[in-house]
Design a protein. Sequence first.
Length: 132
Amino acid sequence: MTDKDLQAREKVEVTTEAESTRNVPVYVPAVDIFESRDALVVVADMPGVSPDNVTIDVHDNTLTIRGTVAVEEVKERVHIQEYGVGDYSRQFTLGRVIDQSKIEAAMKNGVLTLTLPKSDISKPRKISVKVA
């Protein structure tokens, strides 16, 4: 694997009108990326996001993860707020080694786990030698 197989994008562009009308901040979720023989695994922290509010798209070799949070209106006057509530958005550029048609996602307790299987071409294999 090389650094070009999965690259994080620095800036996330919000492109849908539905997201731009929400008056909440959009955070870039922290991720961990692991590699096994058969796949890359991306683990993204998105506290407060339910599985029903996660959108994952792949378009033009770009993987986009979005999560929206149900925001409750605070009626009291806030003096100090150390934790901000908002939506999450992050994009990655996928390399040719990822089989985009087999990407799987699971969510538990605000942690999104994406499994990005490697294509058969990129998996190491042994070539047997036949006796001629």
